[in-house]
Design a protein around this ligand. Structure first.
Ligand code: PBG
Length: 339
């Protein structure tokens, strides 16, 4: 009997069929190029001074301003879920012109860092966000000069002191987010002279002046009382400048870098990841979170799929790490999904 042969494809008929590798979940899993593990995720947490109970953040459903006690619980649960690290923001009850609570020994963020470090030791990576906007009465990220413009170089002196305090309190990494020029070298020098040579700098090298920080400013109570941050954060129209910021931060001693926000800037995540050989984190910011939560609440998008798809997209663009408010939830889900 003559063997049966498939007919040759008709002219113009596709020989390659993408669908062949998509037909079953097992096929898709075998050929997936982007992986997502709980340890790739970092959870931001807010701790507020002077409250007895957690406060819900209205514009970020599911996110809370914590007391030190509830923070400890949330941090512990997040670590149990397998997340790679925690990023801590403090909200003091008293704000002033110099943001003095940021480096006060008994300031909320330093008390919280000490508590978390004593609970968790080295079982996770404690990252302290370093900025003054949550601590100043005017809500800007640095000290104001007489012209009401942020004074870059005077602010560096404050950042150095805050970095020393946060590392003393137990942070494994310091993450400066104020976009002052020279902040990484000022912080590196302060850490070294405080004998904290092992504390790493995770630099927000690329941070755009973004509308998507809106809900965060409710959560961290750090909205500028006048003006905006366009004078120090990056212009959304620019991308080459991102590479200059990154090169500068690396030259100043940054150990890893952040691109922020993530979703509207995936091209930047991709360019930066191609250009450097240090870990790159994409920060899925508060507005990205709020958009999906709000749309999901109305039944307009499938929440769980949207979360997985956006975080995967940030990884696919080249981010090694994703900072996301869904970190703990997603980590738990990933653990359930993995065989
Ligand atoms: C502080 C800071 C901001 C965010 C992280 N650190 C806000 C801002 O610059 O206005 C935003 C995080 C988010 O929106 O989730 N400088």
């Amino acid at each position: 009997m003559t063997p049966r042969r498939a007919a040759p494809p008709a002219p113009g008929f596709p020989a390659w069929r993408g669908r062949r590798l998509r037909g079953t979940a097992a096929l898709r899993r075998l050929v997936a190029q982007t992986s997502l593990a709980p340890s790739d995720l970092v959870l931001p947490l807010f701790v507020k001074e002077g409250i007895d109970e957690v406060c819900a953040v209205t514009s970020m459903p599911g996110i809370y301003q914590h007391t030190v006690d509830s923070l400890r619980k949330a941090a512990n649960e997040a670590v149990e879920s397998g997340v790679g690290g925690l990023l801590l923001f403090g909200i003091p009850s008293v704000k002033d012109g110099s943001g003095s609570q940021a480096d006060a020994d008994e300031g909320i963020v330093n008390r919280a860092l000490r508590a978390l470090r004593s609970d968790l030791g080295d079982s996770t990576v404690l990252i302290a966000d370093l900025c003054l906007c949550e601590y100043t009465d005017h809500g800007h990220c640095g000290l104001l000069g007489s012209d009401e413009v942020v004074d870059n170089d005077a602010t560096l002196v404050r950042y150095a002191s805050v970095a020393a305090a946060q590392s003393e309190a137990g942070a494994h990494m310091i993450a400066p987010s104020g976009m002052m020029d020279g902040q990484v070298s000022a912080i590196r020098a302060a850490l070294d002279s405080a004998d904290r040579v092992d504390v790493a700098v995770l630099a927000y090298a690329v941070k755009y002046a973004s509308a998507f920080y809106g809900p965060f400013r409710d959560a961290a109570e750090g909205a500028p009382q006048f003006g905006d941050r366009a004078g120090y954060q990056m212009d959304p129209a620019n991308s080459d400048e991102a590479l200059r910021e990154v090169a500068q931060d690396l030259a100043e001693g940054a150990d890893a870098i952040i691109v922020k926000p993530a979703l509207p800037y995936l091209d930047i995540v991709s360019r930066v990841a191609d250009a450097v050989h240090v870990p790159v984190a994409g920060y899925q910011v508060s507005g990205e979170y709020a958009m999906i939560e709000a749309a999901a609440e109305r039944g307009w998008v499938d929440r769980d799929r949207a979360i997985l798809e956006t975080v995967t997209g940030i990884r696919r663009a080249g981010a090694d790490i994703v900072i996301t408010y869904w970190a703990a939830e997603l980590a738990r889900r990933l653990a359930r999904l993995s065989p």
